[in-house]
Design a protein around this ligand. Sequence first.
Ligand code: GH3
Ligand code: MG
Ligand code: MG
Ligand code: MG
Length: 297
Amino acid sequence: MTDRQSVLVIDDEKINLQIIGDILRDEVSVMLAKSGEQGIRKAIDYRPDLILLDVVMPDMDGFETMNRLRHDARTSFIPVIFITALDDSSHEEKALLMGASDYIQKPLHTNIVQARVRLHLQLVKQRNMLEKLANIDPLTSLANRRKYQEVIEQEWQRAITDNTSLSLLVIDIDNFKQYNDCYGHATGDKVLQQVATVLASHLIDNRLVARYGGEEFVVLLSGCSQEESERVARRCMEDVEELNLIYTHEDFSGKVTVSVGGCTMFPGPNCRTEDFFNAADEMLGLAKRSGKNKILW
Ligand code: GH3
Ligand code: MG
Ligand code: MG
Ligand code: MG
């Protein structure tokens, strides 16, 4: 995968697209759009790192385009630099108040455009890095507990609004202490990575897989029936078992397995996300106490 960043240029005049494209092409991947409508479409489809936006365009001008980009969750986080021949400071003020990252006036100076684009792309890199550090578990590359908390709050509200269900699986590796005792912490870490990969293979659009902590994982399923959620739980459990991670130590031997506690719920205003988690976690406790390597709902 290339780490070349991408810039979308939206301008109604072909010559401008050409000039700006030529200025940037050495350093970034450039996408061009000749109208606000087309620009929005490309922004949604390709998620560029940065957008350069012309102000004066027929049909939909730069301000309206910006407005629509800002009100769509798929594009609202993409920084926008306005580029315009208008030298009226009220336009510049309006653009900045709307949330534009910068405002460049024509005539364009190659070095200045490059320097400003470089600066904003650097900021994007830093923001992405911070987001990753805040939300991703470094050992398994799964979402971490903080990300789970953020997503569960959002999904909870959404489920209330849409009157849909949520399911939660709390998954814990069985007897993992023994595994560590047999092979050491570093080998234990590899098992955590393998289990994470198995769980991540069940990751699709309406699901979140996260490492909740230690050797415990959660899978959150939105708008999924209890029956389907239980099927996912069973697949997770079987897939871990099929990793066939055998361990032996003196007089005992075992295989890495997991226990799963599950809960399906239609969230309401009188119930909290913590109650939801606790309900699944209680089932996990019961699964542990009644022999492990099983799912309880
Ligand atoms: P149970 O079946 O009841 O869950 O038993 P268990 O041994 O899995 O659970 P316990 O809570 O007694 O121990 C959890 C073990 O998980 C102990 C701890 O060292 C290990 N563990 C937690 N986080 C990590 C980690 O990041 N890496 C490694 N290698 N081990 C970890
Ligand atoms: Mg124009
Ligand atoms: Mg355990
Ligand atoms: Mg545990």
